[in-house]
Ligand binder design. Structure first.
Ligand SMILES: C[S@@+](CC[C@H](N)C(=O)[O-])C[C@H]1O[C@@H](n2cnc3c(N)ncnc32)[C@H](O)[C@@H]1O
Length: 220
């Protein structure tokens, strides 16, 4: 009971801090971005959090990244944000036909056809010859390790890998509270991925409590 009370207080303070930060951090989304955010909301399409995309954009700028590979386009929000706010070229892969079509329309509306290459297909069946400075993994959570192993050869030396949703709404911390077998198995896969990534001999990784849990790995 006492613990529960403490957790509630800490959560309330954290929420207040987050409200504070979102009230002082500058956001100046263009009309097209506002439209895509509304669209994601209406279609219930999961997209990266605002703090997650802001970090990713700063990371691209700091590391002077020129080429990004994104696994999991959805309706194009993160790819468009990266292309709009940095000088990088984004290659992004989406396997869901409906999402692919919407993303294509959104990229056209944003007039970013020359900065974003959208590939329709299952990333686990796509072969890429190009090399990238940053790989952003944001697709099927159970497949993260396969994506990493498949595309690490396409990453430049000192390149970065960023993965989203590694805390999976905080569920990775308390898998014993889960009843659904399906969610439990997914949470176990994410948790295994986190340990594999943190112990990967080819990468130096930290996982941050940003958005839904974001990792940044540097290729050694
Ligand atoms: C969380 S959403 C991506 C959100 C997007 N990155 C953003 O922040 O705007 C995940 C997307 O990955 C796609 N996806 C899942 N598995 C995939 C795979 N094996 N290859 C390509 N896309 C995949 C899903 O169809 C879905 O649209």
């Amino acid at each position: 009971m006492k613990n529960m009370f403490m957790i509630t207080i800490v959560t309330m303070i954290m929420r207040k801090m987050n409200n504070y930060l979102s009230s002082i951090n500058k956001t100046s989304d263009s009309l097209i971005i506002k439209e895509i955010l509304n669209q994601a909301n209406e279609l219930k399409t999961p997209i990266i959090s605002q703090e997650g995309i802001n970090l990713l954009i700063q990371l691209i700028k700091i590391s002077k990244t020129k080429k990004v590979l994104e696994i999991g386009t959805a309706i194009g929000y993160s790819a468009i944000m990266m292309a709009l706010n940095t000088y990088c070229f984004v290659t992004t892969i989406e396997k869901d036909e409906e999402n692919y079509k919407i993303a294509k329309e959104n990229i056209n509306k944003a007039k970013l056809e020359s900065k974003i290459e959208l590939i329709f297909g299952d990333a686990l069946a796509v072969d890429l010859a190009d090399n990238y400075d940053l790989i952003f993994i944001d697709a099927a959570k159970a497949q993260y390790f396969k994506f990493l192993e498949r595309f690490k050869k396409n990453l430049n030396p000192q390149g970065l890998v960023v993965c989203d949703n590694l805390l999976f709404h905080g569920l990775v911390e308390k898998p014993e509270t889960l009843e659904s077998k399906r969610i439990k198995s997914l949470v176990k896969k994410i948790s295994d991925f986190n340990s594999n990534l943190l112990n990967h001999p080819e990468f130096e990784t930290y996982i941050y409590e940003i958005g839904d849990g974001l990792s940044i790995s540097i290729k050694k």
